[in-house]
Ligand binder design. Structure first.
Ligand SMILES: *Cc1c(COP(=O)(O)O)cnc(C)c1O
Length: 367
């Protein structure tokens, strides 16, 4: 029996109450920066535990706008993880700045002990990525940032409600970006993003930046962007945001179920699960011997396992201009060969998980 990767038909299957919300909303004509957006921003800030949340057009913009507000521009360098999704790097490049990569370890986050070696006089900011729902070791990174006077923007797009030592992703740096893309843990019906910050001045600056730099309809205070979170998407977000904790708990429970079931298969290696971290499993990734064979075996049975990602960013055509040579990031390189992602979303049933587990066992002759 097939096991699907996308759960969106289930996520938005039973939505009579959301249709009712939308029917009430549309006749108000309150389509840009309206009351539902203010409500969503208030609830998002409360969920993460920051003073402010600012809705923007995408997760990419939720990283780009804070970088811009913190002074990143043409010719500057921003240090980030080598093994991230392209959007992280796009946010840096769109500002004319140069992404500088640091390799990851088996937690899928950047190696904090390699950050200082990457800092130059052009470094303007640090952009750690809480990849797959693991948190970067922020306890170790923040003192380095302070020592060098560098602002930090967290890429928390995959890490809503993750924490380290009880302190949430998004509350460590000067600001953090979240994505509401349909494939993210808290999702809407298109592109959307949220910036969080405790800094009142940054909040004011970011609200200008997302709305053409307009203080009000007659005053343009700075040059900005057109990057508001659609108020229609905020209505969808308000419908779902109350479930974020439940979504997270289910993903964690699914991951723990896989962990227990896969632990005794010698050909599968689980990533380290450091204590004191809450991992939210945006992706459930393990290391597999003969990975390509396993992937083909699973896909042949209609089990939609995936690879995040098969080619490292620094070797992609579009990033060749950065000048990195093959082999520059050994762990990132190895991951492209031995990682595999199993479905782990909140709608996955135990039956479906058992099918994935049985298929993995069968492939290695460990039935
Ligand atoms: C999804 C994501 C983003 C932002 O992507 P958008 O599609 O612009 O919302 C940024 N970084 C990471 C790691 C992501 O997974």
């Amino acid at each position: 029996m097939p096991v699907r990767y996308s759960y969106l038909p289930q996520q938005f299957g039973d939505i009579d109450d959301l249709w009712a919300d939308l029917k009430r909303f549309v006749p108000t004509g309150d389509f840009t920066l309206g009351a539902p957006l203010e409500e969503f921003e208030g609830r998002f800030a409360k969920l993460i535990g920051t003073r402010h949340a600012i809705g923007v057009g995408s997760g990419t913009d939720a990283l780009k706008l804070p970088l811009k507000a913190l002074g990143v521009g043409h010719g500057d360098e921003v240090i980030t993880a080598a093994n991230t999704f392209i959007a992280t790097v796009g946010a840096i490049a769109e500002l004319g700045a140069r992404p500088v990569f640091v390799d990851c370890d088996d937690t899928f986050c950047l190696r904090v002990d390699q950050v200082e070696a990457a800092i130059t006089e052009r470094t303007k900011a640090l952009l750690p990525v809480h990849f797959t729902g693991y948190m970067t070791d922020m306890d170790a990174l923040m003192p380095i940032a302070r020592r060098h006077g560098l602002p930090v923007v967290e890429d928390a797009c995959q890490a809503i409600l993750a924490d380290q030592g009880g302190k949430r992703a998004g509350t460590w740096g000067n600001a953090a970006g979240f994505s509401l893309h349909p494939l993210k843990n808290l999702n809407v019906w298109g592109d959307g993003g949220v910036i969080v910050t405790d800094d009142d001045g940054l909040n004011d600056h970011l609200r200008l930046l997302r709305n053409h730099g307009m203080r009000n309809r007659d005053e343009i205070q700075i040059m900005g962007y057109n990057s508001r979170l659609d108020t229609l998407q905020a209505v969808v977000g308000n419908w779902l945001i109350g479930s974020t904790e439940e979504i997270t708990a289910r993903r964690i429970a699914n991951a723990e179920y896989y962990d227990r079931a896969l632990a005794d298969i010698p050909e599968i290696r689980l990533p380290p699960r450091p204590a004191g971290h809450r991992r939210v499993y945006h992706l459930y990734v393990v290391f597999a011997e003969d990975r390509d064979g396993l992937l083909a075996h699973l896909q042949g049975q209609g089990i939609e396992a995936k690879i995040h990602y098969p080619v490292p960013l620094y070797l992609q055509e579009g990033l060749k201009y950065l000048g990195y040579k093959p082999g520059a990031f050994p762990t990132t390189d190895r991951h492209t060969l031995d990682i595999i992602t199993f479905p782990t979303d909140q709608h996955l049933s135990r039956d479906e998980q058992d099918q994935v587990i049985a298929a993995v066992r069968a492939y290695y002759g460990r039935g």
